[in-house]
Design a protein around this ligand. Sequence first.
Ligand code: SF4
Length: 459
Amino acid sequence: MRKLHVKSYGCQMNVYDSHRMADLLTRESHAEIAVAEEADLIILNTCHIREKAAEKVYSELGRIRKLKQAAAVDGRRLVVAVAGCVAQAEGEEILRRAPVVDIVVGPQNYHRLPALLAQVESGAKVVDTEFPVEDKFDHLAPATVAATRARGVAAFVTVQEGCDKFCTFCVVPYTRGAEVSRPVARIVAEVEGLARAGVREITLIGQNVNAYHGEAADGGAATLGHLLERLAEVPGVRRLRYTTSHPRDMDETLIAAHRGLAVLMPQLHLPVQSGSDRMLAAMNRRHTGAEYLDVIARLRAARPDMAFTSDFIVGFPGETEDDFSDTLRIVDEVGYAGAFSFKYSPRPGTPAAARDDQVAKEVKVERLARLQARIDHHQAAFNRNCAGRSFEVLFEKSGRLPGQIVGRSPYLQPVQVMAPSSLIGEIATVRITGVGSNSLFGTLHPAVVPEPELTGTGG
Ligand code: SF4
């Protein structure tokens, strides 16, 4: 058996893709290992979202070159593959700049990995970044029960890939291609398999997940709301989430799902990027600040305990202090439970990168600090308000302290509780007794404290 090491960067979709690549190869020819040093095949599953993403990949490949040399001294051949969005964006250039690489494979082509490896065996170097006509999901193997269990009680399932929105700062439409949705039946089958293996929480993922429009059982198109309704019926599934959404695609079926499905968690990541209508137009977000707030209001009317998180970009080209004030205002109006915020940095090939009204770095740094302070203020208030309340917590793993286990609240906050590890994989009611900077602390509701196990010989 050859040894495979997959290193994943970036978003949850990359984590999901890395699992699928490992599932495919471990069924055929490889065993997955956690360390690169002993591998016969290393796959770097790269991300293009952060600044200087490609340069970081090249410097990692410099380290891998030394591993390849060491393997050759030991008489082993180390095959190196670069996958993900940097592979898609750079293509042949990777082979030119990093001769250590044998395979460059784009996100739509992972199902072809065994064939690409066979070509490498016969001495070739291969680049496969075409957008194929066949659906890779038809060819990728489902995870084995053992692999699913090893990955825990919460799992991601990709339901949609690509994006047609073309926000002017974003590379996704170029690296992941046009929107494609998986058929409902295939997703249901995957979720049923995960639930049978013990998974209790499913997060549906897609670059623009609420644009989902997969084939339904009757041959028509199902929305994400319809899909969630169907998945709520799968035995064993106790929690559903989805990410990442675009405000424009928050349709009535999805809002109805939040109103009617108890298993759909009352937490939503809904990126707004800016509170300024001028900036939203320049970003090609296709909605205004008021329209975004209207979506939030409709969701809160459907599910009053909803909490929201978001993404923000500060210092987009042309952003003035007035535009930035609008962003601070929307943060206050929504009262986010948390948010990711970044300084704008140009992505080569995107329209905003070519603009000549880039904001000075010091201005971006100063605005980002103010924005983050405002977000932290609301996040701390949200967490403080959790103290004294009782939540259903899905326990996922042991904690750092002996006798401690850690789970997630409905709002995704980590919750630490002193409780038996037999509760891992279960949902139990926890009363929140303390609030830390990154997690909540609680005690089990007395009704769910399990009986201690009898260990004596009895009599
Ligand atoms: S909707 Fe999201 S993925 Fe699509 S272009 Fe905009 S930021 Fe990128």
